[in-house]
Structures are given as structure tokens and as C-alpha cells.
Design a protein around this ligand. Structure first.
Ligand code: FAD
Length: 296
């Protein structure tokens, strides 16, 4: 092993909510070859969780009893590859957006506003302003726990709104095939104009999102034909607080950590919002954020 193995690692360091429990083990691979060897050597029963920038993730206070693979800063290659953009899973999505713009491509600008990794964007089909990650994907490289690499194309996956699943995989089961890289095809265009759009998009985000406090972006998926933020605000929940967690006054679909929030505070507030919105409107909001690990 050439990477770094961390024992009893506080996951608050690795998630954007800056809250939550520890991982029994966390591994920062040296590179893709090292990650293949590491996964192949793990016991078959060891739970594995891939984490990018943790910007859509809550690890409960009792922690994750398995091995977390930390891809950010590890799988970090991004380059042109015969007219396509090749990016490894740990590359930050905004870095990919800027790389595409610098190389004269357009269509990837929206990724500048998504503070996760390429791997997280692929897993979530992250998107905003009418664009989604998989619209740009030509091919992906996946890795399974035996260390086998596979090149797959979008037809191998069911792809929807914040939803990606390998076709034929048991529904609801955690995927045992993870994204380690992808080839993207953005449209050839005017690089300077793309860079201008990135700038405008970031200004809009700063104006509308509570980026000064730890958060995980939109907590709930938008229900068909409506907006989670609108429903939460209409139920008078802006500013509602449990412990150190608060429904943002700036954007009702964000929950911010006021400083000392536990994962339990955040999860309790998620449940309170769900129950209140369901009680008042009959609509059940589904979380977009992923919640893993054990309760204390
Ligand atoms: C301020 C803010 C704004 C945001 N705005 C948006 C937005 O506009 N649109 C949007 O869609 N999201 C948004 N998000 C949410 C988040 O940034 C995205 O979901 C992002 O794609 C998550 O990437 P990540 O690397 O942080 O993933 P993580 O949070 O680390 O992981 C998320 C999920 O993906 C899985 N995963 C991570 N890496 C891999 C991999 N390599 N292979 C397989 N599975 C993997 C994890 O196991 C987990 O289930 C926002 C978040 C914040 C904090």
C-alpha cells in the first residue's frame, strides 16, 4: 500500500456539514493502481464507502463501521484525451468546469457551482440551472471491490433526477461498483464566454445560498412540479432550529451548522421538516443528501 490509512478518522473533517461521527478506517489512495490493490486486499465483508468532498453526505454520530475511500486529492488527473475530457473521480467539479472552459468547451459551466468531486457528481447526477452531469458523460471507468476496472457507457445505467443506478443491480442495494474516472464531451465553443458564465453563476450562488456556514446544499429533492424550498418556506420553517442545526433563513432547502451541530441535530431537523411539510401539504419530501452510519 502506498496510500495513507487513517484509523478512527473524524468524518466531520471530510464532509461539508463539518459534523458527524468517525470512520473506523479511511484510506487515501496514492493513485488508481494503489486503490485497485487496496480494494482487492480488503475482506469481502468489509463495508466500503466512497467519499468525494462530502458535500452531500451526513455520517451519523455513531460513525461508519467500515472503510471510507477518500478520493479528493487522490484520484486527481484531468486531461484532454483524443477530443474528450478525461477526469478522475477525485477532481473537484469546479476544477473540471474551469478546465473545460479553458480548453474552449461549453456546457460544463454549471459544474462550477457544485462543490463536490467528479465521482460525487456522477453518483448523484448532480446538476443545476437545467443541466445535469450525465448529459456530458461519454464513458465512465468503474472499479469493483475485487479491483476490476470496467469501461461503461451511459446505457449501462438508469439515469434520472439525482439518481444513477447500474442496470440490473438489486434496487436499493449500495453499489459495489464505484466511479473512478469519466470521459466527458462538452460542446466546442467560446472559452472566454464560458468563463464569463462561470463567474455569473458563482455570483448568483453567493447571493442566494448561505455559503458562510457549513451546509450540504439542497437537503431535499424537488417534488414533481414544485420546489422543496417553496414548500418549506410556506410552512414557516425558515430559521427553525434543533441544537446547532438550523433551516437557513436565506434558502429554505438548506440546513446550516451554526457551529456545534451534531449529526443527530441535523437528522432530527430533516425529520421535523419532512413531518411538518407532509402534515400541512400532504407532500412527502425525499432527502437528496445521503445519510450513512450508526446512531449513538
Ligand atoms: C453549497 C452547496 C451547493 C450545492 N449545489 C448543488 C447543486 O446545485 N446541484 C447538485 O446536484 N448538488 C449540489 N450540491 C450537493 C453536492 O455538491 C453534490 O451532490 C455533489 O455531486 C456531491 O459530490 P461529493 O464529491 O461531495 O460527494 P459526497 O458527498 O462525498 O458523496 C455523495 C454520494 O456519492 C457517493 N460517491 C462519492 N464519490 C463516489 C464515487 N467515486 N463513486 C461512487 N459513489 C461515490 C457517496 O458514497 C455518497 O453516496 C451542493 C452542495 C453544497 C454544499
Amino acid at each position: 500500500m502506498r496510500g495513507r490509512l487513517l484509523i478512527d478518522e473524524p468524518m466531520a473533517r471530510h464532509v461539508s456539514w463539518r459534523a458527524g461521527g468517525r470512520a473506523a478506517r479511511a484510506y487515501v489512495p496514492a493513485d488508481l493502481a494503489d486503490l485497485r490493490a487496496f480494494l482487492a486486499a480488503l475482506p469481502a465483508t468489509e463495508p466500503v464507502l466512497f467519499v468525494g468532498l462530502g458535500s452531500n453526505l451526513l455520517v451519523r454520530d455513531g460513525g461508519f463501521r467500515g472503510t471510507v475511500i477518500l478520493t479528493h486529492g487522490a484520484l486527481k488527473e484531468v486531461r484532454m484525451d483524443a477530443g474528450r475530457i478525461y477526469a478522475e473521480a477525485g477532481v473537484a467539479a469546479p476544477k473540471l468546469a474551469r478546465f473545460a472552459a479553458r480548453h474552449g468547451y461549453q456546457g460544463a459551466e454549471f459544474l462550477a457551482g457544485i462543490p463536490g468531486t467528479v465521482g460525487g457528481a456522477l453518483a448523484m447526477n448532480a446538476g443545476c440551472y437545467g443541466a445535469e452531469t450525465w448529459q456530458l458523460v461519454d464513458e465512465v471507468l468503474t472499479l469493483d471491490r475485487r479491483g476490476t476496472l470496467r469501461r461503461r457507457n451511459p446505457n449501462d445505467f438508469e439515469i434520472g433526477y439525482r439518481h444513477v443506478a447500474l442496470r440490473g443491480a438489486p434496487s436499493g442495494a449500495a453499489s459495489e461498483e464505484w466511479f473512478v474516472a469519466a470521459w466527458f464531451t462538452a460542446r466546442a465553443g467560446e472559452g472566454a464566454a464560458a468563463q464569463q458564465r462561470i463567474k455569473a453563476l458563482l455570483e448568483k450562488r453567493i447571493a442566494t445560498q448561505p455559503l458562510n456556514l457549513p451546509n450540504a446544499g439542497s437537503v431535499f429533492r424537488n417534488p414533481p412540479g414544485d420546489f422543496a424550498a417553496r414548500l418549506i418556506e410556506a410552512c414557516g420553517l425558515k430559521g427553525r432550529r434543533i441544537g446547532g442545526a438550523q433551516v437557513s433563513g436565506k434558502h429554505a432547502n438548506f440546513i446550516v451548522n451554526l457551529g456545534q451541530a451534531t449529526a443527530a441535530d441535523i437528522e432530527a431537523l430533516i425529520e421535523l421538516v419532512q413531518a411538518t411539510v407532509a402534515g400541512e401539504t400532504g407532500i412527502t419530501l425525499e432527502p437528496e443528501v445521503r445519510i450513512v452510519g450508526e446512531k449513538t
